[in-house]
Design a protein around this ligand. Structure first.
Ligand code: ZN
Ligand code: ZN
Length: 485
C-alpha cells in the first residue's frame, strides 16, 4: 500500500521544503522534488495520491501530557482512551503520552499493567506512558529499575496534593538519585501543596468558596518556590528535570536561570496558560451556573493573571526556548455530576481542562498572530516532544524511515472551536469531539485547519470524515531523552 502526498510544503523543525512525500505501509520511504516522483522517472505508482497544494505537510502532533480516564477527586476524567484519542486524531495529534499511576501502598508494576489494560486496543493513535510515582518508598524505588526495559523512560512526582500523590523533599531526593542512576527523566508537578492547602482552607473559612478562589489559593509564589526547590534537588542529584504545566512567569524565570547555568532543566506550558486567564475565565459567570461557570477552567497549576503578565511570559518563554514544550495536560471533566462536585467548595472541583483536540490549532494561531515561526510551531507540537521523550526519528519528523504520522494542514482553512450542537440540538458548525458537556475553548477561532491526519500510513481523518479505529493505536516503547548527553 503506497500513498503519495503531492505538491505540499513539508515543514519540519529545521525548516520548510517543497516536496512530495511517499508512504509505503506504515513508514515514510522517500521525499521527492515536487513532481519528480511521477513526471521525471521517479516511477512511483501509488495506490492513493493526496494533493496537498497550498498546504503544510507536518509530522503528526505529539501530546506528551494527557490523563485519559484518570481517577481524580472521586470521579474519572470523562474521556476514555477511545474517545480521547479519537478527538486527538481529529485535531492532528497522532501520539499521546499518558500517565500510568502508582499510589502509596501500590506496586508500580500493577499500576503500569492496569494502564496497559485500559489503553490497549482502545486507542486510535499511538500511545506511551510516563509512570506516576505517587508513593516513593523502597519498593517503588526498586521498581523504577524495571521501567526502562518497559519503554518507560520518564516518571512523574507531585509536590502538590498531600495525601494523594504528594512526595516530600526526602522522597524526591531519593527518587532523583535513582533516576540519575537509571537515566530516567524526572517530571515534576511543582507547586507547594501543603502551603496551598492551608491557604485554601483559610479562604473557605472566610466564605470564599467559588472557583475563582482556586486561582487565589494556588498563588504564583507556590509555583515559583516549588520550581526552585525541584531545580536545586535535581542539581544536587545531577538528575534531569522537566517541570510540567508551568503557568507563573516567576517559575519560568527559575527554569531560565537553571538553563543559563547549563543544567538539564526543561519546562512545559499548556495552551490554557497561553490564552486563558484568572480575570476572564476564573472570573466568569453565566446565567446557567452563576459564578460556578468558572469551574470549567479549574485546573492546576491554575490560570494566572493576564494583568500581571503571566500569559505574555509564557509566549515569550516559547520564543526564547526557556520553555521547550506545549502539552495539554488533557484531563476533562463534565460540568454535570463532575465539576458540580465542588459546587459549594472549590476544593472539591475535579482539576482539569480538555484540550487534546485543539493543541495543534491553538499553537498554529500563534504562528498567524506572529508569536512563533512556522518551524517553531512544528518543533513545539511534535519534534521536541519526540526528542524529549525518546521517540525522535520514529516520530516527530517528516523524513524517510520515520513512521508515516503526518498531518496535512491548510493555512487557508478555518476552525471554529466549540460544541457541535446548540441547546436546541441544532448544528453549530463548530468542532469538538471530546467527551465533555462543554468546551473550555468555546468561541475560539483558528485561522487554519487540520485537513488530513495520517497515523502509521493509515488515514484517520480526511475531508471531514473519520476513518480511524480503536484498534489501530500501538504502544510506543521509548528510549532515553535525546536532549541529554
Ligand atoms: Zn500536575
Ligand atoms: Zn497532568
Amino acid at each position: 500500500m503506497k500513498t503519495l502526498i503531492t505538491n505540499g510544503t513539508v515543514v519540519n523543525a529545521t525548516g520548510t521544503a517543497q516536496a512530495d512525500v511517499l508512504i509505503e505501509g506504515e513508514k515514510i520511504v522517500a521525499l521527492f522534488s515536487p513532481g519528480a516522483s511521477i513526471d521525471s522517472g521517479g516511477g512511483v505508482t501509488a495506490d492513493t495520491v493526496i494533493d496537498a497544494a497550498g498546504k503544510y505537510v507536518i509530522p503528526g502532533g505529539i501530546d506528551a501530557h494527557t490523563h485519559m480516564q484518570m481517577p481524580f477527586g472521586g470521579t474519572n476524567a470523562s474521556d476514555t482512551f477511545e474517545t480521547g484519542t479519537r478527538a486527538a486524531a481529529w485535531g492532528g495529534t497522532t501520539t499521546i503520552i499518558d500517565f500510568a499511576i502508582q499510589k502509596q501502598g501500590e506496586r508500580v508494576q500493577d499500576g503500569l499493567a492496569k494502564w496497559h489494560e485500559l489503553a490497549g486496543g482502545n486507542c486510535a493513535i499511538d500511545y506511551s506512558f510516563h509512570q506516576i510515582i505517587g508513593g516513593v518508598d523502597d519498593d517503588s524505588l526498586k521498581a523504577m529499575e524495571t521501567l526502562v526495559d518497559e519503554g518507560i523512560t520518564s516518571y512523574k512526582m507531585f509536590m502538590a496534593y498531600p495525601g494523594v500523590f504528594y512526595a516530600d523533599d526526602a522522597q524526591i531526593l531519593r527518587a532523583m538519585q535513582k533516576a540519575r542512576e537509571l537515566g530516567l527523566m524526572t517530571m515534576m508537578h511543582a507547586e507547594n501543596g501543603p502551603a496551598i492547602d492551608v491557604l485554601a482552607e483559610q479562604l473557605v473559612a472566610q466564605g470564599k468558596k467559588t472557583p475563582y478562589f482556586h486561582g487565589i489559593a494556588r498563588a504564583w509564589q507556590m509555583e515559583e518556590e516549588a520550581t526552585h526547590r525541584a531545580i536545586m534537588l535535581a542539581d544536587l542529584t545531577d538528575a534531569p528535570l522537566y517541570i510540567v504545566h508551568m503557568s507563573a512567569k516567576q517559575a519560568v524565570e527559575q527554569v531560565a536561570w537553571a538553563r543559563d547555568k547549563a543544567k538539564n532543566v526543561f519546562g512545559e506550558t499548556c495552551p490554557q496558560y497561553l490564552y486563558l486567564s484568572l480575570e476572564k475565565q476564573l472570573g466568569a459567570r453565566s446565567e446557567q451556573w452563576g459564578e460556578f461557570e468558572a469551574a470549567k477552567w479549574v485546573c492546576s497549576t491554575p490560570l494566572r493573571s493576564e494583568e500581571e503578565g503571566h500569559l505574555e511570559a509564557m509566549w515569550q518563554g516559547l520564543r526564547t526556548n526557556d520553555l521547550q514544550m506545549v502539552s495539554t495536560d488533557h484531563c476533562p471533566f463534565c460540568m454535570k455530576d463532575q465539576k458540580e462536585l465542588g459546587k459549594d467548595d472549590f476544593r472539591a472541583i475535579p482539576n482539569g481542562i480538555g484540550s487534546v483536540e485543539h493543541r495543534v490549532d491553538l499553537l498554529y494561531q500563534g504562528v498567524v498572530d506572529g508569536r512563533i515561526s512556522l518551524s517553531r510551531w512544528v518543533e513545539l507540537i511534535s519534534t521536541t516532544p519526540a526528542r524529549m521523550f525518546g521517540m525522535y526519528g520514529k516520530k516527530g519528523v517528516v523524513q524517510p524511515g520515520a513512521d508515516a504520522d503526518i498531518v496535512i494542514y491548510d493555512p487557508q482553512g478555518h476552525t471554529s472551536i466549540g460544541l457541535p450542537f446548540d441547546a436546541s440540538g441544532g448544528p453549530t458548525g463548530k468542532t469538538h469531539h471530546m467527551n465533555m458537556d462543554y468546551s473550555a475553548w468555546e468561541g475560539f477561532e483558528i485561522q487554519g485547519h487540520v485537513d488530513v491526519t495520517i497515523s502509521r500510513g493509515r488515514v484517520l481523518v480526511a475531508e471531514g470524515q473519520y476513518h480511524g479505529s480503536k484498534s489501530h493505536g500501538q504502544f510506543v516503547k521509548r528510549g532515553l531523552s535525546q536532549y541529554l548527553i
